[in-house]
Design a protein around this ligand. Structure first.
Ligand code: NI
Length: 196
């Protein structure tokens, strides 16, 4: 039997902290290329390099049928109309699915099926669970005024492929329009901005 400390993880939804877990902290400077509005990104970075999100990873066991989980914590804020977001990834083992469970705050997950490029925006809030199918890129955004905290549960052997997204990014962006998040094609967003 696993030790009790591996069986029970306690997390703080107000801070995203999981005692004993490894936490990765991503500041704005590490999200170069994620936001569609490069000028807004540069302008924000010239002011400061704020913390955008953290992920605390819990890895109790690494066997074939084991599960890992991560507690994600995204600060509220926007860059050029886009909400603060995670880098986004595919799973290295493409068949691996994942469950996202909202713990605190308001956000959305942007999904993009790798084979078809079809995108979908799904709300991520407390009392909601989002199923991310395999072979689907996923990126999380905080659309509220307070921190967004969520739990992601995935196969231990899923692995993270950040490179594919870093190269081509998502086809869609999520921006605020009249106080609500809406999903628009990246190329349309860029065209609209440049003709203003
Ligand atoms: Ni994932």
């Amino acid at each position: 039997m696993l030790s009790p400390s591996k069986i029970l993880s306690r997390f703080n939804p107000a801070t995203g902290e999981v005692p004993g877990a490894r936490m990765v902290k991503r500041h704005l400077s590490s999200l170069r290329g994620c936001f569609a509005d490069g000028a807004a990104f540069q302008a924000a970075l010239a002011q400061q390099d704020p913390l955008i999100y953290t992920v605390a990873t819990v890895t109790p066991a690494d066997g074939e049928g084991d599960l890992h989980c991560g507690v994600g914590f995204i600060m509220p804020g926007k860059i050029g109309g886009e909400y603060f977001m995670t880098r986004g990834h595919l799973h290295a083992w493409r068949d691996a699915a994942e469950y996202y469970i909202g713990l605190a705050g308001e956000g959305v997950i942007l999904l993009e099926e790798e084979a078809t490029g079809e995108g979908r925006m799904v709300e991520l809030r407390p009392n909601g669970a989002v199923y991310v199918p395999g072979r689907t890129a996923h990126r999380t955004m905080n659309t509220g005024a307070t921190p967004l905290t969520y739990l992601g549960v995935y196969p231990a052997k899923a692995g993270h492929d950040y490179g594919t997204i870093a190269k081509k990014n998502f086809r869609c962006v999520v921006i605020e329009r009249e106080g609500r998040p809406v999903m628009v094609a990246r190329k349309d967003f860029l065209t609209t901005k440049h003709t203003k």
